[in-house]
Ligand binder design. Structure first.
Ligand SMILES: [Zn+2]
Length: 321
């Protein structure tokens, strides 16, 4: 080998090495401050894990108090969670004491692994552990099918439930708790079955910023994974809260009830169309084709998400209309 060839060879090795290094490198997530000390990353309206997506589809964020930081949802992979953690470190070196999961869907909880090294306490709805146990094998399959781009991702159960309990933790006294980040209190609430059976919200009392998870969505069609009618009822309660900024689980930050109203409108049409179909004895496969079709052009990913919503609504109300 002459000198030039050796040089080329060394260059090639360097090139391969740096390419591998770059592929593995995680950069801080893009975030914006939406209220004093409240930061959000807006997820993309894409399908989970398809093409380049590493699970960056949900809105996730964090709130900084005088003494500590709380993270609200961690994204759809270890990589997104880690990118969020790096974004936080760029802004503050206060301890990340809390992670709060708004519900059990993959795009909101798979980044939890990135916060284990921070000695963080993970909070979730009192049903979240059960939810994750039931979804466990499906979630593990999804992670393994997504391959290397989400390596390190695994299911982490919440350490604590969002509920006030008796001292021996056997009795639930209320479905809410407050956590204090230092001169800043957050109200965490576990809600009855609606979008899923594991939905919780986070309210920052200082700025009246309301993280509502997937109970409200903008742009992307909501996934109905709980009880349609009860979800509509819960949205009426959410609407009564005196918030200034609402962070939906997907889509744009809200300062009024537009996204909430749109989510509710879709759910009402979905419910009505399914019940009408049941009353008229229309077969299930036909109801899937017609239910909520008037909403088709108003939402992204409608054709992917609506059929499942119809099936679940059909199955859950088949015997009680
Ligand atoms: Zn979601």
């Amino acid at each position: 080998m002459n000198l030039l060839n050796i040089f080329k060879f060394v260059l090639l090795i360097f090139f391969i090495f740096f390419k591998a290094l770059l592929a593995d490198q995680i950069n801080p997530l893009k975030i914006k401050e939406i209220a004093n000390g409240v930061y959000v990353h807006i997820g993309k309206h894409e399908h989970f894990y398809e093409e380049d997506n590493v699970g960056d589809i949900a809105n996730i964020g964090f709130i900084i108090g005088d003494n500590s930081i709380a993270v609200i949802d961690t994204g759809g992979s270890h990589q997104i969670g880690e990118a969020l953690r790096l974004a936080i470190k760029k802004i503050s070196n206060k301890p990340i004491k809390y992670v709060i999961n708004t519900h059990g869907h993959q795009d909101h909880i798979f980044g939890n692994t990135a916060f284990i090294s921070e000695d963080t306490t993970i909070y979730g709805h009192y049903n979240l552990k059960k939810f994750l146990r039931e979804r466990g094998s499906q979630y593990v399959r999804q992670i393994s099918e997504a391959g290397d781009k989400v390596k390190g991702t695994s299911i982490i159960f919440p350490h604590k439930i969002i509920a006030e309990t008796s001292s021996d933790e056997t009795k639930k006294l209320s479905n809410e708790i407050k956590i204090n980040l230092g001169n800043r209190e957050l109200l965490l609430v576990s809600h009855p079955t609606s979008h899923t059976y594991s939905d919780a919200t986070v309210f920052d009392l200082k700025t009246k910023t309301f993280f509502v998870g997937d109970l409200v969505q903008e742009g992307r069609l909501p996934t109905m994974d709980g009880l349609t009618k009860e979800w509509i009822k819960l949205l009426d309660e959410i609407d009564k809260v005196d918030y200034e900024i609402m962070v939906p689980g997907h889509g744009k930050i809200q300062t009024d009830s537009t996204a909430l109203d749109e989510t509710k409108r879709y759910l009402e049409i979905l419910y009505k169309d399914v019940i009408d179909g049941l009353k008229k004895d229309i077969p299930a496969e036909k109801i899937i084709e017609i239910a909520a079709q008037s909403e088709k052009d108003k939402w992204l990913l409608f054709d992917r998400i609506n059929p499942g919503n119809v099936v679940r609504t059909f199955m859950r109300y088949e015997w009680e209309y």
